[in-house]
Structures are given as structure tokens and as C-alpha cells.
Design a protein around this ligand. Structure first.
Ligand code: PHE
Length: 443
């Protein structure tokens, strides 16, 4: 018998866990900081509603209608047709995304350990720390491997006993940490400037590049386009309202992203001289320096704030990496009729090898470039800018034009079906297509 989720809440938390990750807490504030704050956020919301959410619902339809892994789902629903390519894109992207994601997730693990064990009174120079850490040939690799082992531990236990059970523990933990951190951050002196940056749009910064980033961010943060959520939906029960679940997942994901902004920007603005457009270093360099001095008179609060923040990043990363792992684990288990534990080991081993390559591209292999990029950036580009949009176009076109209308209607069971069909057929494929072509021409 195929596995399934045991409860509705477990299913929603697992899907939200996939969506909520480094994309929300690391990538979103970085992108918003670089691209003009509130104006970027508005564009991003439009991309979520018009482009990424339809892809998510399309994935849910495909997964539950077929009850198979992302490759077999097309074999079940459209035998002999070339749509299966979309499934293979998903499996390849699943391997690659887990490989580079776990490198950054490894950093969060290291920072969690370091901030929990840091001496309360001694501020560190995090800029120097970060540089020497990522360049070290061993430490980031070991951290990546430890993170991958944690992911493996959960996935190998199965859908209900592993993914669902851990999501039910980790997601509430994540929500609690977020609440504590928002309160801490908003109580810092000068926090209003951060709120203004986050909520007052400055449209002068908007250009095509900002639109491209907003769509890339929407796809990455909602985990759509590579069959991850289709795989999860294949474990949903028959009476799960797909449109409602998708809406809830998008809502939770967006709330967490905005919360991350509420935690980070007031804190960064409150400490003078801190930069919001610092790029990927925002969370690993700028922010820890903020933590050093945020509550000047009460160093113990700095300690709590920074330790909880990195724990939050780690937990969020783990619930996402589990879902990436599951794409390939489900595929290998069902295609080669292997035990789940064996399939999971194969996936973990392959991703660790790729992970080492990505990790070293920050250090001793930083000189090696393919298509003008280091391995980490290359993997990220290929997954986020190529596989996700292409997969998204294929998924919407398949559900809108090829899949039997009665199947789609039965799966959706919603009064929004006509609107969704319009999005599947026209808005999403054309919208994603335009951005995708721009993106490729831009390189
Ligand atoms: N959505 C995750 C995040 O925001 C990343 C992710 C991408 C997860 C693709 C699964 C698949 O971090």
C-alpha cells in the first residue's frame, strides 16, 4: 500500500513546511532589501497570486489524481505523451536543489551551535568569522553533511512517521520562535524606520530586473515547478480540499516571509550604519553584528535573540529539505522497487557529493567557473531560473489543456474552477513564459 498523511493538520503543516524555508527568512529579506522593500513585496504578491499559486494547485491536481511520484504521475495521467519530461526535470532539480540548499542550511547549523555556545559578554566580528568559515575546506562541508544526515533521518522514517510527525513538531516550534523574535525586534529603539522600509513602497526602484526577481522569489519560496508538492499531494486523502490547502500554504508562507522582514529590518535599522541591501551576507554578517549590540545594556538578550534566530533558520531549512529529498526518494523507491530506507540512502549519498562540490565553490574551488558561475551559483541558477519556471509552464499547460476536464473539475471541487482554468490556460503559462524568456536573454 502507498503511504499517506494521517491527518489534515499534518498534511497542511508538511506542505507549509516545504514552502517555509531559507527562501522566506534568508532570500526574501535579501531580495526585498536589494530591490526597494515594499514595492518589491507588492510585485512578489502579484506573482504569488497569478503565477505561483496556480502552479501549486496544478501540482496538487496532478499528484492526487495520479497517486504516484512526479515521473510516474505523467505516465498514469497521460500515457505515451511527452509530458513525462516535466517529471524528469523535477527529479533532476530535486537532487540539485537539495545539494546547494544544504550548504547554506549547514551554515545555519554552524551559526546555531556557535551562537548558543557563544560567551554572553564577548561580541564577535561576524564579517571575519563568515569569510574564514566558508573558505575553510572542512567545516562547512561537515556542517552540510550533518544537515543532510538530519534530513535523511526524517525522510527514511516514511511519510506519516517521519515527514508528518516532524512537521507537527517543527512547524509550531518555528511559529513560536518567530513570535518571540518579532517582539524583541520591534522593541528595539528606532524600529519604525525598518517598518517604513518594509511597508512604504518606493516604485522608483522597480525595473525589469526587479520583476524577474519577484517571480523567481515567488516560485522558490512556494517550492513550485519541480514536482515537490505534487509528490506530497500524492499522499493527500481524497476529501482534501486542494484549493483551500494551496491558499493556506501560500498565506502561511507569505506571513512568515513578512515576519522575517519584521524581525530583520527593524533590528538592522535600529543599529546605525547597518545596511539593508547587503545581499546574501545580510543574514550571516550584517545581522549577527546587529545582534552584538542590539540590546546594549542587556547582553543576555542579544544572546537569546541571535541563538533563537539561527535555530529558526535551521528548523525552517530542515522542513524544506525534507520535501526536496522526498521528490527523488519517492521516485527511486517506486521505480526500482526498493525499500524506502535504501532509496533514501542513495539520494542522500548523491546529494552529499554534489553538496561538497557546492560548498567548496566558496573556498578552494572558488576559481572554477562553468558558464561564468561557481558551482553553487550555477546550481541555483539552473534550478530557480530554469527548471522552476519551465516546470511551472509545463504543469499549468498540462492541467489546463491536456488533462481531462472532468478529472480537473473533480480534483478541484471548488467554485473557483472556471477562474483557475483561465489561470492554468492563459495567465500563468504566458506570464511565466514572458519572464522566463527575458531571463534567458538577459544572461
Ligand atoms: N520553498 C523552500 C524555501 O523557501 C525551498 C524549496 C524549493 C523547497 C524547492 C522545496 C523545493 O526555502
Amino acid at each position: 500500500m502507498r503511504s499517506s498523511f494521517g491527518s489534515k493538520i499534518g498534511m497542511v503543516l508538511a506542505s507549509a513546511g516545504s514552502a517555509v524555508g531559507l527562501g522566506n527568512i534568508w532570500r526574501f529579506p535579501t531580495e526585498a532589501g536589494r530591490n526597494g522593500g515594499a514595492a518589491f513585496i507588492l510585485l512578489y504578491l502579484a506573482c504569488v497570486l497569478l503565477l505561483a499559486m496556480p502552479v501549486m494547485i496544478g501540482e496538487f491536481v496532478i499528484g492526487r489524481a495520479s497517486r504516484a511520484n512526479t515521473v510516474d504521475s505523467y505516465r498514469v495521467l497521460a500515457p505515451g505523451k511527452p509530458w513525462v519530461v516535466s517529471g524528469f526535470i523535477g527529479v533532476v532539480a530535486g537532487f540539485l536543489v537539495l545539494s546547494y540548499y544544504s550548504v547554506v542550511a549547514g551554515w545555519t547549523l554552524d551559526y546555531t551551535v556557535v551562537s548558543f555556545s557563544a560567551s554572553l559578554m564577548k561580541p564577535m566580528d561576524y564579517g571575519g568569522y563568515f569569510d574564514s568559515f566558508v573558505r575553510n575546506p572542512w567545516r562547512p562541508v561537515l556542517a552540510m553533511a550533518a544537515f543532510m544526515a538530519a534530513t535523511h533521518f526524517v525522510v527514511a522514517r516514511g511519510v506519516e512517521k517521519g515527514i508528518e510527525r516532524f512537521s507537527k513538531i517543527l512547524m509550531p516550534l518555528l511559529f513560536c520562535i518567530i513570535l518571540v523574535l518579532i517582539v524583541c525586534s520591534l522593541s528595539m529603539p528606532g524600529a519604525e524606520k525598518g517598518l517604513e522600509f518594509l511597508f512604504k513602497p518606493d516604485f522608483s526602484k522597480v525595473n525589469t530586473q526587479v520583476v524577474l526577481s519577484a517571480m523567481g522569489q515567488a516560485f522558490f519560496t512556494l517550492s513550485v515547478g519541480i514536482g515537490c508538492l505534487a509528490t506530497y499531494a500524492s499522499y493527500f486523502s481524497d476529501d482534501t480540499p486542494l484549493v483551500r490547502v494551496a491558499f493556506n500554504v501560500c498565506l502561511i508562507d507569505t506571513l512568515v516571509a513578512v515576519s522575517a522582514g519584521l524581525i530583520i529590518f527593524p533590528a538592522v535599522f535600529s543599529v546605525s550604519g547597518a545596511q539593508v541591501d547587503a545581499g546574501p551576507g545580510l543574514v550571516f554578517i550584517t545581522l549577527p553584528n546587529v545582534f552584538n549590540s542590539a540590546f546594549g545594556a542587556l547582553p543576555v538578550l542579544n544572546y537569546i535573540f541571535s541563538s533563537l534566530f539561527y535555530l529558526l533558520l535551521f528548523v525552517a531549512a530542515l522542513t524544506s529539505s525534507i520535501s526536496m529529498h522526498e521528490i527523488s526518494t519517492a521516485y527511486i523507491t517506486e521505480t526500482f522497487h526498493l525499500e524506502r530506507r535504501v532509496a533514501a540512502r542513495i539520494v542522500t549519498a548523491i546529494c552529499m557529493v554534489f553538496g561538497v562540490v557546492c560548498s567548496l565553490s566558496f573556498g578552494i574551488w572558488s576559481g572554477i567557473h562553468v558558464f561564468g558561475m561557481g558551482f553553487f551559483d550555477l546550481f541555483d541558477y539552473f534550478v530557480a531560473k530554469f527548471c522552476m519556471p519551465l516546470g511551472g509552464i509545463l504543469i499549468c499547460t498540462f492541467v489546463g489543456w491536456d488533462l481531462k476536464h472532468s478529472t480537473v473539475r473533480r480534483q478541484l471541487g471548488s467554485r473557483f474552477t472556471p477562474l483557475l482554468m483561465f489561470l492554468f490556460r492563459w495567465v500563468a503559462p504566458i506570464g511565466i513564459g514572458i519572464v522566463f524568456v527575458y531571463e534567458l536573454m538577459d544572461r
